[in-house]
Every structure is written in structure tokens, then in C-alpha cells.
Design a protein around this ligand. Sequence first.
Ligand SMILES: [Zn+2]
Length: 231
Amino acid sequence: VLARGDKYSDEHFDGMCTYCGETPDTKDHVPSKVLLNEPFPENLHKVDCCLKCNQDFSSDEVYFACLLECIINGSANIADLKREKIKRILSEKEHLRRKIEESIIITDGHKAFNVDVKAIENVLLKLARGHSVFEASRPRLEKPTYFLYKPLHLLTETEKDNFFSAPEVEIYPEVGSRLFNHLILHNNTSFSNWIHVQDNDYLYLITSQISQFSVRIIIYNYLAVEVIWAN
Ligand SMILES: [Zn+2]
């Protein structure tokens, strides 16, 4: 079995930032390390990126990682949180902790978070674009045709069925891409290999069919994300 990340880990650029299409001058981790726990898995995935994107996404990513931890634990008090990294970040960034705390609203007696949708979508699209380039060697700069993100427990039955389905392989992805190699190595006729980046904290699945290309992600066993582009 190919050690993931090994074969393609040379620092060479394919000529395009994964997120904006400009000339790349650095590499970016997918997913961003703020979403993973230490010790990090070996051979973290990397894609080409320009310096501007590398820096511009950073504050949204930190916000997103902290927000998720607060939502999962129903609190923005550091003592109520579990992930060490997030506790550390929020102890250092009181303004961010307060921003999240002030976004808590009570509706019908339930705690809810009035989240920064723009920041969240920015991060989730970036993740999907990163996985797409890493697995299928193809940037997806255009707007997706479908974009869903929801806590797993709030998915409708239909959404859940679709999300956990394993679509059949209609055409094989580009020869030599990781996606192609997964299918060949595992002798698969359907897309069913969820990639566990870190235990059950971060998983994703790529499916490529004649009409559409989809990236599904599950973060902290809590948030389900699916981004689809027309092929
Ligand atoms: Zn860029």
C-alpha cells in the first residue's frame, strides 16, 4: 500500500494556487493544522497555495475551529472545552472567545450560536478545494453547484442516505491521481473509502462521477459537509 503523502511530497508547484488560481509560492496543509490535534498525523497533506491565500484564510480557520469546539460543548468558557489546542488559543485570544460567547443566543429555551456564516463557508469551501486538488489533481475554482453543511444529527433521512451512500464508479479518475490509485489498490467499484486524516476527528470522501464531483467531510464526528461541482 502506498504511504499517503510520500510519493508526491516533493516541493514542486503545478502552477496554480488551489484556492484562487494565482501563481503559487508556498504549500498549504489540508486540512489546516488548527483542525487537528497534536501529535499530528504523519505526512499531512499539502497543496500549492499563494502567500495571500495562505494568510487570508488563517483567522477564519481559527474562528471556525474554536467555534466548533464551543458549539460541541455548548459553551465558550474555557473550562468547559475539551480540546487542549482550542483552550490554549482562546486563552490567548480573549477577543475571539468573547466574540463566540456573544454570539450565543437562547431560542425556545435552547442555546444556539449566531455564527459568522461567511467565515464558515470560506473555510469549508477551502477544505473541499484542498481535498479535491490533493486527491484528484484538479483545482475547482468555480462556485460549487451544491453546498451543504449541517450537524450530523440534524441531517434529514434523505440527506443522511445521500451523504453516506457509496456511489458507483462510472468512469475512472485521472490515471496516477490518488483517487485513481485508491480505487485500483482496493479493487473498488464504488467510492466508499473514507480517508481518516485523524481518527474519527477528521474524515473525508471524494467521489467523481460523469456528471459531478463531490467532496464530503465529517469534522469532530459533528459537522457533515458536502460540496459538489459539476464535472
Ligand atoms: Zn491564492
